[in-house]
Design a protein around this ligand. Structure first.
Ligand SMILES: [Ca+2]
Length: 339
């Protein structure tokens, strides 16, 4: 054993002895960080009544490794340790210590059993703390009661990273439709009998900075979009004056052909939406294309067999999210009749 290692252990042992004997000595009496860290680790094994006050002091240590060790040791001291961790989550000046305290408070528990901690964390000034809380809150479905209320609160977070996390959890729209070619009961070839490109002009767009468009019913077929900005599809939105990263909604109308004598399905084929899309036809949610940035150039189809109004005007709404560079419905949309 080197002299330094011996000195570290000696300092830690002396400090631990003083604390456990008196119950009031300051752990800072061990002035070496390595010794204080070892002390924090050792305190996991000692009597809770004496260990928790000492560990609570070590949570204020200048050294991050000491604080980390103190957090871990507190976690094994039952309810008293958890109370100290909750206090650290509320008061500790170091965001890393607060985040670690939250992680240990939530470890091996369900979100509904951690709502007090998670509510505290959602008000934290540190983004990583709020992201952890939002992720954990959204990790079980369905969210009801107070957890739903906390998710609603988090959906208004000042940072989009938190809002996006939460929004996926509380997104109220769902579609069960399966594409003809993906149906397990369908073992015939799927043939496109007709293709009807949608108009590329005459569309409207609105930016959704606070991500509340769906709450404001922007998807409803009779929503008044006359004050929205004119835009074309099959082109990026930037060259059309929309210099925007984030959410924006398109609304447009197309006339469907007369109902064919024979067909098995109708689908809307999107050639490309940069990056993600959530789609309603005639006010009915028909699905999404939500692969994050990697989905920007991947075509996708959505089934509209039950929603399409044959021979009539159909109102299409597309909520788009773009995180960087070009954005929007940058390729054509085609109505395909399948047999
Ligand atoms: Ca993009």
């Amino acid at each position: 054993m080197t002299m330094k290692r011996f000195a570290d252990l000696f300092a830690g042992t002396i400090c631990l002895t003083i604390i456990l004997a008196t119950g009031c000595a300051s752990p800072r009496q061990a002035d070496n960080a390595k010794a204080r860290r070892q002390l924090a680790l050792d305190l996991a094994e000692h009597d809770t009544a004496k260990a928790v006050p000492a560990l609570t002091i070590l949570l204020q240590d200048d050294n991050v490794l000491v604080r980390r060790a103190a957090v871990h040791s507190l976690a094994v001291h039952g309810q008293t340790g958890r109370d100290a961790l909750h206090q650290a989550l509320c008061e500790n000046s170091d965001e890393q210590t607060r985040r670690m305290a939250l992680q240990l408070l939530c470890q091996n528990r369900r979100p509904d059993d951690c709502l007090d901690f998670l509510e505290t964390a959602l008000s934290d000034q540190s983004l990583p703390v709020r992201v952890y809380a939002a992720t954990f809150l959204a990790s079980e479905q369905p969210a009801t009661g107070r957890r739903q209320q906390l998710l609603q609160k988090a959906s208004h977070d000042e940072e989009q990273a938190v809002r996006l996390l939460v929004m996926r959890a509380i997104w109220p729209f769902h579609c069960d439709a399966v594409l003809l070619r993906d149906r397990q009961d369908w073992d015939h070839d799927v043939v496109v009998k007709e293709r009807h490109p949608l108009p590329e002009t005459g569309w409207k767009i609105a930016i959704d900075n606070d991500v509340q468009g769906h709450i404001r019913n922007w998807f409803k077929s009779d929503f008044d979009d006359s004050a929205w900005t004119d835009i074309e599809i099959a082109k990026y939105w930037e060259p059309q004056g929309i210099n925007h990263d984030g959410f924006a909604w398109y609304r447009g109308t197309f006339k469907a052909p007369a109902k064919p004598a024979r067909f098995n399905a109708a689908e809307l084929l999107f050639g490309g939406v940069d990056e993600c899309a959530w789609v309603w036809l005639n006010g009915v949610y028909i699905g999404d294309h939500d692969l994050g940035p990697m989905g920007w150039n991947l075509p996708f189809s959505l089934d509209v067999t039950k929603v399409l109004k044959w021979g009539e005007d159909n109102q299409l709404t597309v909520r788009v999210h773009d995180s960087n560079l070009g954005g929007g419905i940058w390729k054509p949309i085609t109505l395909e009749i399948l047999e």
